[in-house]
Write a protein that binds this ligand. Structure first.
Ligand SMILES: NC(=O)C[C@H](N)C(=O)O
Length: 321
């Protein structure tokens, strides 16, 4: 079990608000029933950070440690993590760990001293999933509120509800019923990318498009980015007035087209107006399939760090259609 920080490990501070303060051993010790399981838990506190402050360098270190623990004989790995970026970390592990062993990320929406703290229940469920033969071969998972989500589908969809985690595309892969993981879907693509430390030096931007957008933010980005994800309108669209500028960027750096809607995939052949998905794909943008903008950015950054060609990028993103 590897602790990264997040609300699950936070406590009230003297200066106001909650801040990271608990390590992996504290979290394990606070879970009723965990000690009764026939499971040996080895703990590491790798980071103690709010998840908005994690970076790709931290994720490379985490991926290395997960692989080392599995090589040392762990049947599964649980990671406790802040929920704000849990979906990016889980997908990063899905892409880089390349194992059948369950890699399960969990967290909490309420801190340990709050009424109805959800961390202990989530950690208990995560350990049950990480040790379940039925959870093997599914890739990285996010377990929250007794739901088992595939890393490439899961999203945080609410700022404070304990039911914040959803998989809008196809629903959760399973449920934890009285501690027993029940699986009904498969998640792993079988596609693995190296967790290259070079990723920390790359600048991969994420731009959300809005009504009336004239592209000024993009124009000002100049040559600041090595790659870009555009969170487009609807099924992958931008205003007509932005098209030339977007096409200019796509001729200089890889530009991936995703959707800001939060569910569904980028379409490929429905709309034909200027700024439609057909127009943008014809102008060299790469479709993200069912990957939401944040996950498309993780995949693009990993691929660029591994020296992928444009054809590699297109075929990697095609796996998520
Ligand atoms: N519930 C949480 O964990 C949110 C917290 N801000 C974090 O991501 O670290």
């Amino acid at each position: 079990m590897i602790a990264m920080g997040g609300t699950i490990a936070m406590a009230p501070s003297a200066s106001g608000g909650i801040v990271p303060s608990l390590g992996a051993d504290d979290l394990v010790a606070a879970v009723p029933g965990l000690a009764d399981l026939a499971v040996e838990i080895r703990t590491t506190t790798l980071r103690s950070l709010p998840s908005p402050s994690l970076g790709f360098d931290d994720l490379v270190a985490l991926s290395d440690l997960v692989r080392a623990e599995l090589a040392a004989g762990a049947v599964g790995v649980v990671i406790t993590h802040g929920t704000d970026t849990i979906e990016e970390t889980a997908f990063f592990l899905d892409l880089t760990v390349g194992t059948d062993a369950p890699v399960v990320v969990t967290g909490a929406m309420r801190h340990p001293e709050a009424a109805g703290a959800d961390g202990p229940a989530n950690l208990y469920a995560a350990v049950r999933v990480a040790t379940a033969p039925a959870a093997r071969g599914l890739g990285a998972l996010v377990v929250m509120s007794d739901e088992i989500h595939g890393a490439r589908f899961v999203r945080k969809s609410h700022t404070f509800s304990t039911a914040a985690f959803v998989s809008p595309a196809f629903g959760p892969l399973g449920l934890v019923v009285e501690g027993d993981p029940r699986i009904r879907g498969a998640a792993r693509t079988g596609f693995t990318v190296a967790a290259s430390p070079a990723i920390a030096e790359l600048r991969v931007g994420l731009l959300t498009v809005a009504l009336g957008d004239d592209g000024e933010l993009l124009r000002r980005a100049g040559d600041a980015f090595d790659g870009l994800v555009i969170a487009g309108l609807g099924a992958g669209h931008v205003p007509a007035g932005m098209v030339e500028l977007v096409a200019e960027f796509a001729s200089a750096i890889p530009v991936v087209l995703s959707s800001r809607t939060g569910a569904g995939s980028v379409l490929r052949q429905t709309y034909g107006y200027p700024g439609s998905e057909r127009d943008l794909l014809d102008r060299g943008l790469i479709q993200s399939g069912f990957l939401d903008p944040a996950k498309a950015r993780v995949l693009l950054a990993l691929l660029l760090a591994s020296g992928a060609t444009r054809d590699d990028l297109v075929s990697a993103f095609d796996r998520y259609r």
